[in-house]
Design a protein around this ligand. Structure first.
Ligand code: ADP
Ligand code: ZN
Length: 530
């Protein structure tokens, strides 16, 4: 009834003020909370930093019983629980890091009705003893955090999440709320279906982060490029630099330190003590840079991260969005900067080919990568492309706060250049049964008599030197874009280039290839405003 709704709202609002000390709800928070407090199921899609936690924490406080939060982020549970306890919320967790006594204490608190919130790792719910424990307690709400982990289509699939559909079967009267910062249509549908929540109300927030400026620059000398980006635009700012490998994390952190940037490394190969120290320094100190693998950042809540830089290509747009989303949670101007080059495409394609996964896995991985490449190669607004990927429309065709809007890239008809590259590959393959990587192909086109060219008699090929009209970086750009567009493929552990089915159409002149012009110097835009 109307009165009840008003009561719910005021109780929720009172809790927001009293416990969390905030003025008002943000975005859809108020609506979500009202719906869940009233006993309804909800699927909540909100970007990182959007304020998902309160959507289940407040219902857990307002409804009688304990709110059970399923989260895969075991490493963060202690911190989350400590933070809640500091606010006077009775919170606990059960996971594999605890010893027997600690777990027994939490279980006793749960059964005595002394917990407002209980955090659980998903694998716990596959154990009958845990389900039995929960049956003996009073549950107010089930929150399924990082709900995209249930989606096999997604990039973070965790088999343990599949078992969560039983929550609705075993506790039909307890409301469930599934939350995620991943919002592609496919993932959204899979969450709803696999968690068995057909009746749930859906709350989809805008994924636009207007204060983040998106920039993707051609990679030439990545560490140096990063350093000048930091010095020119983010001197003394806190930020995260993502690298693919532990080795490059170490090297990059060292390089930045040697050049006067306060930087620390973070990756799974460091001992847990060092990791903990570096993470807490990042959270507490001003202006520290963390150089990390993607192991860093899940659940990190630091409002004033001014930039996120990628030195290697993320595997998917979801990953890119989540990682860049750690910038600018305070709403102030921030930069998402990435250096991207030919080698990234070769490397990622190689990784997919060499992966242990089955054919379906490889197809999915390739589709994720293709979407990421399309974002890198687009000549139109990056924000519009990003939002479009998540099924959302941008507010404007040109956001004015990404590199392609600030300095619109030129495009050119790259058909002839593409034909030159492809016919070189054909010559090597058909006439000589040889396969080579991009470096050798470019040397042939440029007519360079290197030792390797002489060794293989490649100066005798009819295509030798036919590409002197373009520079080496331009040819690398051509090769990269051919790979990105699926007009060339990568094979084997050396990343040799081979033709695809679509290559034939270009060679036969039946298909035009449009390309982005490679800037002479990496484009740099003025610092945007929020
Ligand atoms: P998410 O889980 O969606 O990434 P969080 O729940 O961690 O986001 O919230 C992000 C930040 O915003 C946190 O620092 C949180 O305290 C703050 N926050 C959330 N809701 C509000 C609100 N209504 N008013 C003020 N700050 C809020
Ligand atoms: Zn734009």
């Amino acid at each position: 009834t109307g009165t009840q709704a008003v009561d719910t709202e005021s109780e929720a609002l009172a809790t927001l003020h009293r416990v969390f000390g905030y003025e008002s709800f943000r975005g859809a928070q108020g609506e979500v909370i009202e719906h869940v407090v009233a006993g309804g199921d909800a699927v909540v899609l909100m970007p990182t930093g959007g304020g998902k936690s309160l959507c289940y924490q407040i219902p857990a406080l307002v409804r009688p019983g304990t709110g059970v939060v399923v989260s895969p982020l075991i490493a963060l549970m202690q911190d989350q629980v400590d933070a809640l306890r500091a606010l006077g919320v009775r919170a606990g967790f059960i996971n594999s890091t605890q010893d027997f006594d600690e777990r027994r204490t939490v279980e006793a608190e749960l059964l005595a009705g002394e917990l407002d919130l209980l955090y659980l790792a998903p694998e716990r719910l596959r154990v009958e003893a845990t389900l039995d424990l929960l049956s003996r307690a009073k549950i107010s709400v089930f929150a399924i955090d990082e709900a995209h982990c249930v989606a096999q289509w997604g990039h973070d699939f965790r088999p343990d999440y599949l078992a969560l559909s039983l929550l609705g079967e075993r506790w039909p009267d307890v409301p469930r709320i599934a939350l995620t910062a991943t919002a592609t249509d496919a993932t959204h549908r899979e969450i709803t279906q696999r968690l068995g929540m057909p009746e749930a109300r859906h709350f989809v927030a805008s994924f636009d982060r207007p204060n983040i400026q998106y920039r993707i620059v051609p990679k030439s000398d990545p560490k140096k490029q990063l350093l000048s980006f930091l010095k020119d635009e983010h001197d003394g700012d806190a930020g995260i630099v993502y690298c693919l490998s532990r080795a490059s994390v170490e090297k990059t952190a060292q390089y930045l330190s040697d050049n006067g940037v306060r930087a620390v490394p973070y990756h799974a190969g460091l001992d847990s003590g060092t990791r903990a120290v570096n993470q807490s320094r990042f959270l507490r100190e001003d202006g520290l840079v963390v150089v990390a693998t993607i192991a860093f950042g899940m659940g990190i809540d630091k409002p004033d991260v001014r930039f996120v830089a990628h030195l290697d290509l993320p595997k998917s747009v979801e990953g890119y969005y989540q990682e860049t989303g750690r910038a600018g949670r305070d709403g102030l101007a921030s930069t998402a900067w990435m250096a991207y080059g030919l080698q990234d495409v070769v490397q990622q394609r190689k990784l997919i080919q060499g992966s242990e996964g089955d054919e379906a896995f490889r197809r999915r991985a390739a589709a994720h990568l293709d979407a990421m490449l399309a974002l890198c190669e687009t000549a139109s607004c990056r924000r519009a492309q990003l939002l479009g990927y998540f099924g959302q429309e941008a507010a404007a065709e040109n956001c004015g706060n990404c590199d392609t809007c600030l300095t619109p890239p030129q495009t050119w008809d790259g058909t002839v250049a593409a034909q030159k590259v492809l016919s070189t590959v054909v010559r090597l393959q058909r006439e000589r049964g040889q396969k080579f990587g991009a470096g050798q192909i470019i040397d042939i086109l440029l007519g360079r008599r290197t030792a390797k060219i002489i060794q293989f008699d490649h100066d005798q090929l009819s295509v030798f030197g036919i590409g002197e009209d373009l520079s080496e970086p331009q040819w690398r750009g051509v090769a990269r874009q051919l790979l990105a567009q699926g007009l060339l493929a990568v094979e084997g552990e050396y990343g040799t280039l081979v033709l695809t089915e679509a290559s034939g159409e270009v060679l036969a002149g039946r298909r035009e290839v449009r390309m982005r012009t490679e800037p002479e110097k990496p484009a740099r835009a003025a610092r945007g405003s929020a």
